[in-house]
Write a protein that binds this ligand. Structure first.
Ligand code: HSE
Length: 444
């Protein structure tokens, strides 16, 4: 049945016309009629705010709509789509839009992770919506399932690969044996990594997404500063080779979970590269794809998989949100606001218990293993497996007559603080020439 359409269009301001913005504009133009039917009113793009009017933005961006005056554009809008990224001027523009009674759709994970509470508050104060499906894992519906579909369940853990760039680089290292620098250069050449890849390779993008997921899953404000974050720049070709020999794969994981301790329930949020069993479903996530497990009490384990980045996939998530907020404009009602009632404390990383892989170059002489085992034992760390590894090709040549060996140790779970202290002692002991790697082991 065709519903009667409101004839007055909803005025849409688009902030940013980069890879995602131009795809949002393409979908808005190509699906104009269908979107109007789904919403109950037509959408009219009243302007597209950009920093540089002269830059070529492809065939889908109507140059007549471009403006450098984002402030006055948001003043005139019913709905604001923010795909410009960065903290400022995005934050001021969105606060202005919300304050002015416009609903907001944003893909800006960094802003939400840094200042989500202020945006939620402004949306709440003015009775409007703030939607951000595109901020986490691109096209993959994840925010809405956690925020709405699982609102009646108790989420225990969210674990996944939420950064496509780093997954592409690690996958390439695994398949080709390349080192980090070469794999990153190839990823940049193929357009899978940005010219400045810092936010991706240092884990900051994944940490921002982890903070958003943790806040939603545990009804607790979790800022980016609460997420323990380690990137992939220190993962070496030798670590990947060692992981392969052990039947494991190295992935950059974002993990947010409830942890129980003597102080009660807390939230742990962390991002680090970790060794997963090759049989784990996340191990087969290749190239720039993302995949996320959500574990809930009643629902059990749910897995979400798909394209976590790129113009069209991210624009799909933006359009889904835009239809939702536009419908609410037309038919009344309001989407979910912030839910932070649980106010769980954050568990410091030092209290976490993880299994670890340690790779060491050592003197090859009697008593060395006993010394290493003694240090680990003194810190309450139990060894799960121990094996000899090939010597590093780039290691400094030993003195004449000196014998060296490399060993790989996988520990059972132990407290982070104990592992850190043990590593410091290992590095300081005469038996050990260098502690070459320490990586967590997950998924067993
Ligand atoms: N740079 C991100 C990634 C996409 O590589 O997954 C946007 O968050």
């Amino acid at each position: 049945m065709t519903e009667t359409l409101r004839t007055t269009p909803l005025r849409v301001a688009v902030l940013g016309a980069g890879t995602v913005g131009s795809e949002v504009l393409r979908l808005l133009a190509e699906q104009q009629e269908d979107l109007a039917q789904r919403i109950g009113a037509p959408l009219e793009v009243i302007g597209v705010a950009v920093r540089d009017l002269d830059r070529d933005r492809g065939p889908h961006v109507d140059r007549a709509l471009l403006t450098e005056d984002a402030d006055s554009l948001v003043e005139r809008a019913d709905l604001v789509v923010e795909v410009m990224g960065g903290l400022e001027p995005a934050r001021s523009l969105l606060l202005r839009a919300l304050g002015n009674g416009a609903s907001v759709v944003t893909a800006n994970k960094a802003l939400l992770a840094a200042d989500g509470a202020a945006l939620y508050q402004a949306a709440d104060d003015h009775g409007v919506d703030l939607h951000f499906e595109a901020a986490v894992a691109g096209a993959i519906p994840l925010v809405r399932p956690i925020r709405e579909s699982l609102a009646g369940d108790r989420i225990e853990r969210v674990l996944g690969i939420v950064n496509g760039t780093t997954n592409f680089v690690l996958d390439l290292m695994t398949r080709s044996g390349a080192g980090f620098d070469d794999a990153l250069a190839l990823a940049q050449e193929k357009g899978f990594a940005e010219a400045d890849p810092t936010a991706d390779v240092e884990g900051l993008d994944a940490a921002a997404k982890a903070s958003i997921l943790a806040s939603l899953a545990f009804h607790t404000r979790v800022g980016i500063q609460d997420v323990h974050c380690e990137g992939i720049t220190r993962v070496r070709a030798e670590d990947i080779a060692a992981a392969t020999r052990m039947g494991r794969v190295i992935k950059l994981l974002s993990i947010v979970e409830r942890v129980e301790g003597p102080e009660g329930e807390r939230v742990s949020a962390r991002v680090y590269p970790a060794l997963l069993p090759a049989s784990h479903p996340l191990s087969s996530v290749a190239e720039a794809y993302n995949a996320v497990f959500v574990e809930a009490d009643a629902a059990g384990s749910l897995m979400f998989y798909g394209q976590g980045a790129g113009g069209a996939p991210t624009a799909s998530a933006v359009l889904g949100d835009l239809v939702a907020v536009a419908r609410q404009r037309v038919h009344g009602g309001k989407g979910p606001g912030e839910s932070s009632y649980a106010e769980l404390p954050i568990a410091p990383i030092d209290t976490l218990r993880t299994a670890n892989y340690l790779s060491l170059t050592v003197h090859d002489r009697p008593g060395v293993l006993a010394e290493i085992a003694g240090i680990l034992s003194a810190h309450g760390i139990s060894i799960s497996t121990l094996h000899q590894e090939p010597l590093l090709s780039d290691a400094a040549l030993p003195e004449e007559g000196e014998q060296r060996a490399r060993i790989g140790i996988v520990t059972h779970r132990a407290e982070e603080s104990a592992v850190r202290e043990a590593c410091e002692r290992l590095e300081a002991t005469d038996a050990v020439i260098s502690l070459d790697s320490r990586l967590r082991v997950e998924g067993d």
